[in-house]
Ligand binder design. Structure first.
Ligand code: SAM
Length: 454
């Protein structure tokens, strides 16, 4: 039995179709506690948002007027319950019991009951995933290993072009899948679509000022958390068994580690900060990379960590304090005006610009991010990133380095930006450039480039 207040909270989030504060609301829901009920409702809410497009396609096909002209609240309710029917294999009885518990009007309840009944009648069985699951109208991929078989053709994908087919099946916007096909080819694009719905692993970074990855893994094992070393990332551990309780360990309380994805841990070494250097991190909150820079310099560089929002700056301060780092100074700045704000100061040996982006490398973590992707948001993001790069560049000393990083895998945000900047500034040398694609059980997607200022 699911708690009615939790179900209602989930519905409020799902009914917020504009989705401006969706990320914040989802984070708040996740941070309300640890109970099994909360974990399940949080997972359903994320799942219903993530699979919104696929659920809509299925419901529109099984029941006439299932969604047409319905209020945001009814759409949210249908998504929540249909997600559970499709992806969590819950029985119609369980779903109807929760529908009752939410306490909607008779008319709404009757409509939802009718749609769920039709959906239940259409579902036949769970089958093993095969490539057919991405081609046939009566199959829906649920994960990398499982698909759902319907009694009749439901999805209407057989006649669609391959990118639209993938976009419907993996619940993504058409333009995003098209951008992936264009940039990476059809096969890699299909893999990116699957990766967008994978479960996200938890990686942590052992704080090198206090411990190392081997010692931390042994310590976590005492709390029955399995932690595995990662090749090529000396401070990283992947948490497996028992991972959800990591915040309740002494190792956490003593600040010996921080949660940070594997790909994010690849950026600090590109900056390669040294003791005594002045380093500027322009978009630093919550401080994952800034604290890494401090560790890599043995806490002996002078790191100025800036962010636009005061509440996000506090997160850097909390992380810095917990990890026992003393070399980071936080400052509130709008990075677009960095060149003006820092004009009277010494130039920096290195600048990290971990820019705001479309988040397409981290879709498996950020269930709402995919719905913000479209041509106009990409134009806006591109122009902000270009502005930030041009504000940062004059603050790097001659011979110094500028590292530009993203948790996006889009070419227009990554290599295109760097190319454009280098065309304007022939004194720049591209020393390193890397695009990471998300891998199952591995790191997120992301991009980084290191430019030397000649
Ligand atoms: C990708 S996140 C940074 C993550 C951080 N580097 C880390 O590793 O923990 C981007 C950050 O940029 C900040 N931001 C966005 N626009 C900004 C601006 N104009 N000036 C400064 N910070 C900005 C956001 O508040 C956000 O914290």
């Amino acid at each position: 039995m699911t708690s009615a207040p939790l179900l209602r909270r989930s519905l409020e989030i799902l009914s917020d179709r504009r989705g401006k504060s969706l990320q914040h609301q989802l984070q708040q829901l996740s941070s309300q506690g640890r109970g099994g009920d909360l974990r399940r409702v949080t997972a359903w809410t994320h799942g219903a948002i993530r699979h919104r497009r696929t659920i809509g396609a299925v419901l529109g096909s099984v029941a006439k007027r299932a969604l047409k002209g319905k209020s945001d609240r009814v759409l949210g309710l249908l998504e929540l319950l249909a997600f559970r029917a499709l992806f969590s294999a819950e029985s119609l009885d369980e779903l109807l019991a929760d529908l009752k518990r939410v306490g909607e009007s008779k008319k709404v309840a009757a409509h939802v009951e009718r749609v769920l009944g039709a959906l239940d009648a259409a579902i036949v069985e769970r089958v093993e995933w095969t490539p057919e699951a991405e081609r046939r109208d009566d199959l829906l991929p649920l994960s990398r290993s499982e698909a759902l078989r319907f009694a009749k053709p439901i999805l209407g994908i057989e006649q669609r072009r391959p990118s639209t087919r993938l976009a419907i099946l993996y619940s993504l916007p058409d333009p995003l899948v098209e951008a992936w096909v264009q940039a990476q080819g059809a096969e890699v694009a299909a893999e990116l679509c699957r990766a967008a719905n994978d479960g996200a692993p938890i990686f942590v970074r052992a704080c090198s000022l206090k411990t190392d990855a081997g010692a931390l893994a042994a310590r976590l094992a005492e709390d029955e958390i399995t932690a595995t070393r990662v090749e090529g990332a000396p401070q990283a551990l992947r948490l497996d068994e028992g991972r959800w309780k990591f915040r309740h360990t002494d190792a956490w309380r003593e600040g010996t580690f921080l949660v940070q994805d594997l790909t994010a841990q690849r950026v600090g070494p590109l900056v390669a900060p040294e003791a005594g250097e002045r380093i500027l991190d322009l978009c630093a909150a919550p401080g994952g990379k800034a604290t890494h820079l401090a560790e890599l310099s043995g806490d002996k560089a002078q790191i100025v960590a800036c962010d636009l929002k005061p509440n996000r700056l506090r997160k850097i301060e909390q992380n810095t304090e917990r990890l026992g780092i003393t070399s980071i100074e936080t400052r509130r700045h709008d990075a677009r005006y960095a060149a003006l704000d820092f004009a009277s100061e010494e130039p920096f040996d290195a600048i990290l610009l971990d820019a705001p982006c479309s988040n397409t490398g981290v879709l498996r973590r950020r269930s709402e991010a995919r719905w913000r992707y479209d041509a106009s948001s990409q134009r806006r993001i591109h122009s902000t990133q270009a502005e930030l790069l041009r504000a940062a560049l004059p603050l790097v000393r001659p011979g110094g380095r500028l590292v530009y990083s993203l948790c996006s895998i889009e070419v227009d945000e990554g290599s295109d930006q760097v190319k454009e900047l280098m065309e304007e500034h022939p004194n720049l040398v591209l020393e390193h450039e890397e695009l990471w694609l998300p891998t199952p059980g591995g790191g997120d997607g992301g991009y980084a480039a290191r430019l030397r200022v000649g």
